[in-house]
Design a protein around this ligand. Structure first.
Ligand code: NI
Length: 185
């Protein structure tokens, strides 16, 4: 089991677009296992590869948490694409890369998503509510988008001080992180 450090706000990898996965190899399987080992102890409900410094289109979702069903295993979505979205709803969101900040975000209520599974087979699912929200949040990461990009400029201005603290690593979390301070060493 490998817990990977999570890149936090201010790190350029969070602003880059991840590249499609062309084939599944041992490295990719290992990445997925490590991402799961990283997300669960951090109490995250989803994680995108960008957040562990890898620019490949891979996201995982803690389905047990999102669907309130302890029997569900973490979902792995490779090259996920939203092909249909309907409805709108607002809920408070957070992000392991932006600790201690939570904001009300509007997202689609119901989505259809295509993706590849770990055997590189085509899959399609319909998701709604929290599961849809987490998938949309994580796909945003693959495109270099953070949840705070969805709030008003006025609200963003109010968060500036706290975001600067995160950028400098002045934040307390229960999981390993990579910040400007760590990278400068
Ligand atoms: Ni996030």
């Amino acid at each position: 089991m490998s817990v990977l450090p999570i890149y936090t706000y201010g790190q350029s990898v969070l602003r880059k677009k991840a590249k499609p996965v062309r084939r599944i190899d041992d490295g990719l399987v290992q990445l997925v296992e490590d991402m799961i080992d990283t997300m669960l102890p951090a109490n995250g409900i989803g994680l995108a590869a960008n957040q562990v410094g890898v620019l490949e289109r891979v996201i995982i979702v803690d389905a047990a948490e999102a669907e309130q069903n302890p029997d569900l295993k973490p979902m792995v979505l490779i090259n996920p694409e939203v092909i249909q979205a309907e409805g709108k709803w607002t809920m408070e969101e957070g992000c392991l890369s932006i600790p201690e900040i939570r904001e009300e975000i509007e997202r689609a209520e119901k989505i259809r998503v295509t993706f590849k599974d770990l055997a590189y087979n085509d899959q399609e699912i319909e998701a709604q509510g929290l599961l849809a929200r987490v998938i949309l949040h994580e796909i945003d990461h693959l495109d270099g988008i953070l949840f705070i990009d969805h709030i008003s400029p006025a609200r963003q201005k109010l968060l500036r001080g706290r975001l600067n603290k995160i950028r400098k690593g002045d934040v307390e979390v229960i999981y390993p992180i990579i910040t400007e301070a760590v990278e400068a060493k």
